[in-house]
Design a protein around this ligand. Structure first.
Ligand code: NDP
Length: 315
């Protein structure tokens, strides 16, 4: 049978390119888990993904009810689940004030981390039951959350501190809207959320890999300077960023190439190792990359796991 893969945020950018790359192999059925149903349908159509190779299902990661409803609808579809790709993200670098999810969490961490945390935890049982040869959970990371790199050292830097803001609810009422308890900063909130993604991947690996055989992985696909991720940025940035990445940092990668990279992490047998953060060199060859000290801090990963469980209602 074909493999079934859920990709969150498959309505644009990296998620869409990955859906297309996998559908074109003829070996995958892609469940596009998207907040805007019509946009996702149109995106799949204009990308030329054949009808029999995808299903769009509604998922708004900024609402935990929606995450639970998505899991119910997916189960009702009767499809087995072989691979989950947590790809969706919001990035609000110019926001002066925080926005919030349905439950009142700061929007970047609420969507990128907490929504995916609940989704993954709920779907783990489904993936366990699959009889597919290589079952995987992939959480898209980023270099920007990784302070052992040049890009990760552009201020404001990611820093989860002692997680006091997260522990007290991240809602701006009785707590800060930032994980470390500091003042709201949209760019930092995004980077923090990516550190959470990378810590969660490793914690999943430690807790479940041996018992389930599921591969847990993260990746930095390269700088895809053309995606919608930068839609909230100032216009001058949006004009200058792609050529800057192309000619100066040379970190630029097209959406198509980035989609192929993520597709490799989904199904390539050479990328089956669990607990790994994948990157690609200039010749587009994959290698296991190092994470920053904070993004590989086991104690922080455990604490993040426990607080996140409480916030999403699992503990
Ligand atoms: P895009 O903005 O193009 O794609 C983000 C996707 O997430 C969209 O499909 C968007 O939906 C979806 N999304 C946003 N909020 C929600 C929500 N509440 N519920 C469900 N879906 C949601 O950005 P990219 O393709 O660039 O980003 C994809 C991933 O790649 C992210 O995890 C990002 O951190 C990562 N990444 C990107 C890099 C880059 O250079 N672009 C570099 C490194 C990592 P909609 O279409 O409705 O807006």
């Amino acid at each position: 049978r074909k493999g079934n893969v859920i990709i969150t945020g498959a309505s644009s950018g990296l998620g869409l390119a990955t859906a297309k790359a996998l559908a074109e192999t003829g070996k995958w059925h892609v469940i596009m888990a998207c907040r805007n149903f019509l946009k996702a349908q149109m995106a799949a159509k204009s990308a030329g993904i054949a009808k029999e190779n995808y299903t769009v299902m509604h998922l708004d990661l900024a609402s935990l009810d929606s995450v639970r409803q998505f899991v119910d609808s997916f189960r009702r579809s009767g499809m087995p689940l072989d691979v989950l790709v947590c790809n969706a993200a919001v990035y609000l670098p110019t926001a002066k004030e925080p926005s919030f999810t349905a439950e009142g969490f700061e929007l970047s961490v609420g969507t990128n981390h907490l929504g995916h945390f609940l989704l993954t935890r709920l779907l783990l049982d489904d993936i366990k039951q699959s009889d597919y040869t290589s079952k995987r959970v992939i959480i898209v990371g980023s270099i920007t959350g990784n302070t052992n790199t040049l890009a990760g050292n552009v201020p404001p830097k990611a820093n989860l501190g002692d997680l006091r803001g997260l522990a007290s609810g991240l809602n701006g009422l009785n707590s800060s809207t930032m994980i470390d308890g500091g003042d709201f900063d949209g760019a930092k909130a995004y980077k923090d959320s990516k550190v959470c993604n990378m810590l969660t991947m490793q914690e999943l690996h430690r807790r479940y890999h041996e018992e389930t055989g599921i591969t847990f992985a993260s990746l930095y696909p390269g700088c895809i300077a053309t995606t919608g991720l930068f839609r909230e940025h100032i216009p001058l940035f949006r004009i200058l960023f792609p050529p800057f990445q192309m000619y100066i940092t040379k970190g630029y990668v097209s959406e198509e190439e980035a989609g192929k990279r993520l597709a490799q992490v989904v199904c390539d047998s050479s990328l089956e190792q669990s607990g790994v953060y994948w990157s690609w060199n200039k010749n587009s060859a994959s290698f296991q990359n190092q994470l920053s000290q904070e993004a590989s801090d086991e104690e922080k990963a455990r604490k993040l796991w426990e607080i996140s469980e409480k916030l999403v209602g699992l503990a």
